[in-house]
Design a protein around this ligand. Sequence first.
Ligand code: A3P
Length: 276
Amino acid sequence: PKQTWFEVCELYQWQGSWYFAPHLEAMFTAQLLFEARDDDIIIATLPKTGTTWLKSLIPYIVEGSKYEDDDDDPFLKDSPQFVVKTLEINVFRGNQNPDLSMQDCLLSLARNPKDVFVSSWHFMNKVMRPMESPYPIEKAFESFCNGVQIFGPYFDHVLKYWNESLKVREKILFLKYEEMKRNPKGEVEKLASFIGRPFANNVEIENVLQKSSFERLKNLDVNKTGFVRHGGPPNSSFFRLGTIGDWKNYFTPDMQERLDHIATLKLEGSGLDLDI
Ligand code: A3P
């Protein structure tokens, strides 16, 4: 099945999720050819949940102090250790270098779906419809509620990783954007320990927090090659507000009620709290 999304691109459904055609191709290739190694870290996220933040954190944690100069920053240099870079799956590889030894694991990140929706509405308008008026938010919301969204449906995606993380706690870390915002130090320490690279001291933690901060990444020279996506949208489009609760500026009471209702039905019995 096919859907037109934001009136500018086509989404294809495969195994219950929605994809752009080039991502389908990348995913088929990855599924055929990708062989996981013992020191791979896999990041699996929905767009607009904070993928860019998580992707910046891994290289800084693993080898952060090596990059004191912005020009050498792995964020701008398209860290070669990201060996698979599709939108939904990013694989960071230690290349069996003992200095970079990490535990093989999977990280997932969730965010309040209301903020995910608002963030993706802005992103799509800016990147896919730069010359046109914004796509009506009501129509975009209708698609989101029907599960038509890149890599969505949102709840199915998030619940899949949440449920797996409960089964294999030592291998899958399930993070939440809101918790990372509220307690960055604690969450980044948790992340570092989980991937097998615990911090030695406070200075290391502060260094990583500063390097991965929204303000710093947003202001890095975006004209350089961004690791976010070669030939894709500029890095700047991945940094908008970086806050919790912007949805309140866009949601009508009806929208709120509808998404709350869907969330209640979908999350029932899962034990997952999405800060909705
Ligand atoms: P907003 O549009 O709400 O500001 P993704 O990388 O998955 O596409 O997600 C992008 C969202 O994460 C955007 O949300 C962006 O501003 C926010 N973001 C990016 N880097 C961040 C950082 N270092 N800290 C906090 N939020 C960040």
